[in-house]
Design a protein around this ligand. Structure first.
Ligand code: PMP
Ligand code: GLU
Length: 387
């Protein structure tokens, strides 16, 4: 057959995290005893109030198209949340509700990047950043961070990778996969940098509710000097355990929002009506979110303490999100070799650090949003194969 695939797509692959998650499900279906920590998703059920509202909305025939940007009551609730919890001055005209934050990410990159543009991404980073930048025809420019430095980002690192073609910067805070939470100083550095170079910034805040050890979340969009050029992405996948519902949103200046609406109206049209309705009470599920956070915190300590006791393993304590991102020095193995070895010898599925780009060499990502007994078993098995 003729090769129909575009060059844009050839430069990328399927999402490694999604593909590895599918592999784990498939192995389990085949009766293979595998412990899968590849997927990054809450192991909790969606709060009852959200489920009840969805059922009520379906019975009430909220089964039609909605206004493309999202139902007004939900957009108002999101804007209120951003003002009250994040200090972002916004209103419903700045919000687009999307089927997952991933689609909001896609729309933001497609709307504002094209061939010739460069987009900076501190790495290790969520793999879809790179893929979508590539789909937009633009150039992905990694800003590699170091595990030894706690994955800290400085203005200087950004400056070093900046050219006259640099148009955008994307970062995730708290970070998937590293677990790093940006300090006030780092956020101020990013703001000063973006202001000086007139750069558009995407701030992916999907893990904002999962912070540990008293850390505080700072939203870049709350800084008035650059607020107009910040696109804030968020969603309910993590905070309300709603991954399968597919609901997220972008918040951006109305001019930017208008451009992204060209993509929304010509693709998905809108997010499922009853899912949007059910999302409204999700913003008030503070108790459930807090219970999940405390549970992840216990599991973080279990996995970090367990892994750090193994010779050759260095596992920094995640400051946020629910991933352990750790380095293993073992027989000079690369990240890919390590992940293969862990699967073959211990029956554990994890993601090689290099799937997240530069800075992930010799590293492994393990999601600790998983059963405690399985995490204990994973530590035991890894202890065996690495000693
Ligand atoms: N950004 C990051 C960093 C993520 O980890 C995820 C979850 N996979 C997303 C965006 C997208 O989340 P969703 O599409 O489920 O809202
Ligand atoms: N948040 C998840 C992860 O990083 C889900 C997979 C994805 O969206 O790529 O594993």
């Amino acid at each position: 057959m003729r090769d129909f695939e575009t060059k844009r797509l050839k430069g990328t692959g399927e999402s490694p995290t999604v593909a590895l998650n599918a592999k784990g499900i498939e192995m389990k279906e085949q009766g293979i005893n595998v412990l899968s920590f590849a997927a990054g998703e809450p192991d909790f059920d969606t709060p009852e109030a959200v489920k009840e509202e969805a059922i009520r909305a379906i019975r009430d025939n909220q089964t039609h198209y909605t206004s493309a940007a999202g139902i007004a009551a939900l957009r108002r609730r999101i804007a209120q949340k951003l003002r009250e919890e994040n200090g972002i001055e916004t209103d419903e005209k700045s919000i687009i509700v999307t089927p997952g934050a991933k689609l909001a990410l896609f729309q933001a990159l497609m709307a504002f990047l094209e061939a010739g543009d460069e987009c900076l991404v501190p790495t290790p980073a969520y793999p879809s950043y790179r893929s979508i930048i590539c789909m937009a025809g633009a150039t992905f420019v990694p800003v590699p961070l170091k595990i030894e430095n706690g994955f800290r980002l400085t203005r200087r690192m950004l400056e070093e990778r900046t050219t006259e073609k640099t148009k955008m910067l994307i970062f995730c805070n708290p970070c998937n996969p590293t677990g790093h939470v940006l300090s006030r100083e780092e956020i101020d550095d990013i703001a000063a940098y973006a202001e000086a170079h007139e750069i558009l910034v995407i701030s992916d805040e999907i893990y904002e509710k999962l912070l540990y050890d008293g850390r505080v979340h700072y939203s870049l969009g709350a800084i008035p000097s650059i607020a107009q050029r910040v696109i804030t992405l968020n969603g309910l996948s993590k905070s309300a355990a709603m991954t399968g519902w597919r609901i997220g949103y972008s918040a951006a200046d109305p001019v930017l929002t208008k451009a992204m609406m060209k993509l929304q109206t010509n693709t998905v049209n809108c997010t499922a009506a009853f899912v949007q309705q059910a999302a409204i009470p999700a913003f008030d599920c503070h108790q459930e979110t807090e219970a999940m956070r405390l549970s992840y915190l216990k599991r973080r300590d279990l996995i970090c303490d367990g892994l750090n006791a193994i010779p050759g393993v260095f596992c920094p304590r995640a400051e946020g999100a629910f991933y352990a991102f750790f380095r293993i020095d073992f027989r000079g193995m690369s990240a890919e070799e390590l992940a293969d070895y862990i699967l073959a010898e211990a029956g554990i599925l994890v993601v090689p650090g290099t799937a997240f780009g530069e800075g992930g060499e010799k590293c492994i990502r393990l999601s600790f949003a998983a059963d405690t007994a399985q995490l204990e078993e994973a530590v035991r098995r890894m202890g065996k194969i690495f000693s």
